[in-house]
Design a protein around this ligand. Structure first.
Ligand code: NAD
Length: 403
């Protein structure tokens, strides 16, 4: 995952010693062990973490990830990413993340619910004080967020809940909507063509990947390849995401869907206009970046590109729109859900999408203008804006000396 290089940022904006010290390490970390006696002799023991990177701008916001092998270091990097994302799109939240190192894929929902209840039991104080607000991430779903609500009975404790449980209409599709909207903006301003002229490959068909495919399909883009952890499928004429979902819901595997079976690596190499990694970290690395033939990468996942991978993409002339911009639709909608929970108002999906589009348009235009003016990558331009915003907030709060 590409960490922010404050020395490089310092070539563009003033980064004082005090600001540097506060931004370079997390504000707070909680490390705990989740212990649970399941049925019979089955005993579960999993490492779990909560990290607050920086809360100058508001409560720590970031998903709950349940994923095998996730570490404290990993959780730290993801919490920091949330700080930059919220700052870039002007949301009054800080950066946080929590994770449970566990493979929940084979667990029944009642077992998973028991685990989430135990997680709430341990970090109840963080949730009830409003300090940390989780949302779905890899391995967690709206139903899991409903469990968190059920254990606290405070609606604003958690976002990404189902609409019937105080969730926001439009939240579940928000990240994918934002990714598709970013692709649309890139078509207009970078690729200089209409979205219905492009071909796209999407890695990952979970919450983010699936909705990204749906919105891209709706705007006429040809989604020619999709994958999940089991592999992928390619169809030159384009795939229908709804029909693919039906196939998967009926128990079919991705590679069995009508088309040509491809591996996740082959998907990355396809000669498409836009490649959307929407699954896990570090899939575009020094090795895979060499064979990417897309014109543009739009990062839907958090941290799908390693720094070495990004350097190679740059040398090969492949543009990249960074995660903190492209997947920020989720956190924008989360803010709306939090606000709805506090006010009692009821939102509409259309409103959610309009707000995401508005925020993304502003951030996108700022990023491409800075990139052109300062001759930097889009990621660096986004980081300059986010770091500048955070420094200004820390000054406003009296955390660091005035200029
Ligand atoms: P999810 O669990 O709903 O879906 C993940 C998808 O990736 C699944 O299709 C899974 O099969 C696939 N996958 C897992 N490992 C893979 C691998 N090694 N190779 C290829 N595919 C693999 O998760 P999600 O919520 O869609 O999140 C996906 C990414 O988007 C994560 O990086 C997450 O942090 C990021 N993200 C999610 C949100 C959100 O609102 N859910 C918001 C911002 C960013």
């Amino acid at each position: 995952m590409e960490a922010v290089d404050f020395a490089l940022i310092g070539e563009h904006i003033e980064v004082s010693e005090a600001a540097l010290r506060l931004m370079s390490k997390p504000e707070k970390e909680i490390r705990f062990s989740l212990n649970l006696l399941l049925d019979g002799p089955a005993f579960l023991e999993a490492d779990a973490y909560v990290v607050y990177h920086n809360m100058a701008r508001g409560p720590a916001k970031g998903g709950l990830r349940i994923w095998p092998g996730v570490t404290l270091e990993h959780t730290r990097a993801l919490a920091e990413l949330m700080t930059w994302k919220t700052a870039l799109v002007g949301i009054p939240f800080g950066g946080g993340k929590s994770s449970i190192s566990l493979d929940a894929s084979g667990l029944s929902q009642p077992k998973k619910t028991a685990i989430i209840k135990e997680y709430v039991h341990v970090i109840r104080g963080e949730l009830l004080s409003g300090t940390y607000i989780p949302a779905p991430d890899l391995g967690t779903s709206p139903a899991d967020m409903a469990t968190i609500y059920g254990e606290t009975h405070v609606l604003e404790c958690v976002t990404g809940k189902p609409p019937r449980v105080g969730g926001l209409p439009g939240r579940k599709e928000a990240t994918g909507y934002g990714v598709a909207h970013t692709v649309e903006l890139c078509c207009e301003h970078l690729l200089k063509c209409a979205p219905d002229r492009i071909s796209v490959a999407v890695q990952g068909f979970g919450n983010v990947g699936e909705w990204t495919c749906r919105f891209l399909h709706e705007m006429g883009a040809k989604v020619v390849a999709v994958s999940d952890i089991t592999g992928g499928v390619y169809r030159e004429g384009g795939l229908d995401p709804d029909d693919l979902r039906r196939h998967l819901s009926e128990g079919g595997r991705m590679a069995e869907y009508e088309g040509e079976a491809v591996t996740n690596e082959e998907l990355l190499r396809l000669g498409v206009d836009v490649l959307v990694p929407a699954a896990v970290e570090n899939v575009i690395d020094e090795r895979t970046a060499r064979s990417i033939s897309a014109r543009l990468v739009v990062e839907a996942a958090n941290g799908p590109t390693t720094p070495e991978g990004e350097t190679i993409l740059r040398e090969r002339g492949v543009d990249l729109m960074p995660d903190i911009l492209a997947n920020s639709g989720g956190v924008i909608a989360s803010y709306m859900e939090w606000r709805q929970a506090r006010s009692g108002a009821m939102g509409r999906a259309e409103e959610t999408r309009n707000t995401i589009a508005e925020r993304l348009d502003a951030a996108f235009h700022g990023v491409i203008a800075t990139a052109a003016e300062r001759q930097v990558t889009y990621r660096m331009a986004a980081q300059i804006a986010a770091v500048g915003e955070l420094i200004a907030t820390m000054r406003d709060r009296g955390w660091i000396p005035p200029q």
